[in-house]
Write a protein that binds this ligand. Sequence first.
Ligand code: DX5
Ligand code: ZN
Length: 231
Amino acid sequence: MTLIGPSLMCADMGVLRETVIELDQAGVDFFHLDVMDGTFVPNFTMGPDMMKSIKPFTNKPFDVHLMVKNPELHLDTFIDAGADMISVHAEATEHLQRTLQAIRTKGLKAGVALNPSTPIEELTYVLDIVDYITVMTVNPGFAGQKFIPLMNKKLSDLYGLLRREGYKIDIQVDGNIGYETIPGVLEHGANMLVCGTSSLFKPEMTFEEAVIKLKTFIENQKVKQFEVNFK
Ligand code: DX5
Ligand code: ZN
């Protein structure tokens, strides 16, 4: 099954609560909350207080993508703010294995995100404690960027690695996931789509219209997936 997760950094922050309610009712599967520290990536987005303010308005999982240095220092902050799943960048922590263990020990789904240039081999010795893997399909930090074509090869290589090693793990893609890029990422192994300005946040459509259009489009695509969706 392919999951759709709106990237809330693309929302109009002046009507964030209404946006979450509309997207929830439109049938999205999870919410993707990008957290940035201005150091690991050259941008800032939302923080824990903003997450807390919208948590009561949906039961869909909050997938918190920590694009921050030393994410292990901030886990409790985002767990208290309502995170159900936390992905950390392999490039942002000295002790990835320990950080993933900590996320799981606290009862959340643990994810690893990889920047475009980071080889999938970084994951080899943590595959046993990972619930989902985020393949960045743009350089992290900003919405509205262009998909990096070589990421389809990376997806395929990752899918092959998981298959060979005998792991069924959700593969999430984040960055310019829209109508031009969805066929390729689904064909190469992705099953969790982070949807921002390229697909869901379209001024000319309501969220209901955008979700229906996206789901219909996805249904007609060829997929190569592990049937997982958060172990
Ligand atoms: C990158 C951001 C974006 C965003 C999606 O760090 O995470 O990928 O969520 O927005 P679009 O669809 O504009 O790439
Ligand atoms: Zn993200």
